[in-house]
Design a protein around this ligand. Structure first.
Ligand code: AMP
Ligand code: MG
Length: 396
């Protein structure tokens, strides 16, 4: 039997980061940046107004109050997008809109709320210090500054940043394309009726969603019947569009272990010292990593988080980590099989405690769906007491 760490190490030794490619900005959403991005210009690129109001020489309105307002002639009107804005001199002002370039000569903006809003001339009721309500060129980002480092995931703010520095395309590691196939004669599509002995296929939906959570693109294939030649044919057909393939079911010790039959000799099938998820298979098929996970839904899910997620991260050039790990205090004692790393389903409660689910069967989706953490009990522990600190993984 392999340890969890040995099996994970074998997987990580076999997977490679995907080759970076240039994508249009919106296609790059959710991918991992593969180049440093610097600003070719300062941001903002020019001094501009932070308010709708009047661009003035601050010294002209130094004494302005409601009792002693200052009235200035309005010599112009500057809107965002105006080019060729004329300079002003002391004793005059111009109306200005948010984002409009500040005219040369002006050194402050008086918000419209502090004035009578005049168009030909304006009465100003408050003084402003020099620089007031002016957004200075470069105060956000300096010219040449690196705004995004390689390795960041491009979420909405990062996509916005790229656009703000003028980038239309960007070099990224793409989302791994992952084909998800389930196997089992008993499986039916959700939405279709069940005959006695049949169940709805949950694994392929759950694992496809998990692929997305891990940064990949999942392609779900409808369930395959338990016939090794059909499984092999479907796998080969899917390989062309896949950076990785995940199957579920058909890898344990029964009579219908089709995935094992189909891929024996190509993949390595092993028992891994863990619960749930003992029967595992992994290998390269025509150079494509293939993960064969066990069929019980909780086993498939835990196996995904333990082995597949780190591999998908490595393919994106990210540290091959499990979901966000931490510690919590056990609210109840737990038992654990000797020699196996045990991933129990639990719920985090206030105050840093975690309550193990009472249903810990590998078929018990109810407990998994209600869980927000896995509790990781090390191999050498057969029981842990309430109040003990334990490793937990927050579920994505
Ligand atoms: P197997 O490893 O194929 O023997 O499957 C083990 C258990 O998991 C059996 O009870 C199967 O019915 C169940 N199972 C396998 N695949 C799925 C699936 N895609 N969705 C839900 N349950 C499944
Ligand atoms: Mg099966």
């Amino acid at each position: 039997m392999r340890t969890v760490d040995e099996h994970l190490a074998a997987i990580l030794a076999a997977v490679r980061p995907l080759t970076p490619l240039d994508l249009a900005l919106l296609e790059a959403e959710g991918t991992i940046l593969a180049e440093p991005v610097a600003a070719p210009v300062p941001l903002p690129p020019f001094d501009n107004s932070a308010m709708d109001g009047y661009a003035v020489v601050a010294a002209d309105v130094a004494g302005a109050t409601e009792q002693t307002p200052v009235t200035l002639p309005v010599v112009g009107d500057v809107a965002a997008g105006d080019t060729g804005v004329s300079a002003i001199a002391s004793g005059m002002c111009t109306r200005i809109m948010t984002g409009a370039p500040v005219p040369a000569g002006a050194d402050a903006v008086v918000p419209v709320e502090w004035t009578d809003g005049g168009i030909v001339s304006v009465r100003i009721d408050r003084s402003v210090p020099p620089g007031h309500y002016i957004r200075r060129a470069g105060e956000d980002v300096a010219e040449g500054q690196v705004v995004l480092e390689p390795g960041v995931r491009l979420g909405a703010p990062q996509i916005g940043m790229l656009a703000a520095v003028g980038r239309a395309r960007v070099r990224v590691r793409p989302r791994p394309r992952v084909v998800v196939l389930s196997t089992g004669d008993e499986l039916r599509e959700p939405g279709s009726p069940l005959a006695p002995g049949q169940i709805w296929d949950s694994n392929s939906f759950m694992i496809t969603a998990a692929v997305h959570e891990a940064g990949g693109v999942g392609f779900r294939h409808s369930a395959l019947v338990d016939a090794p030649e059909k499984v092999l044919a479907a796998l080969r057909e899917q390989l062309t569009r896949a950076d990785a393939v995940i199957t579920t079911g058909g890898v344990s010790m029964g009579a219908r272990d089709v995935v094992k039959e189909a891929l024996a000799g190509t993949l390595t099938f092993t028992k891994v010292a863990m619960r749930p998820g003992k029967p595992q298979g992994f290998g390269l098929l025509d150079g494509v990593p293939v993960f064969t996970l066990p069929g019980n839904p909780v086993s498939a899910y835990v196996s995904f988080q333990v082995f597949v997620r780190p591999a998908l991260r490595a393919m994106q050039g990210l540290p091959p980590e499990p979901p966000s790990a931490g510690t919590a205090v056990l609210a109840e004692p737990v038992r654990s099989p000797r020699g196996l790393r045990h991933y129990l389903r639990g719920r985090l409660t206030g105050g840093g405690a975690v309550t193990p689910a009472s249903a810990q069967g590998s078929h018990q989706m109810g407990a998994l769906a209600a869980a927000d953490a896995l509790i990781v009990v090390p191999e050498e522990r057969e029981h842990m007491a309430a109040g003990e600190e334990v490793e937990i993984w927050r579920l994505p």
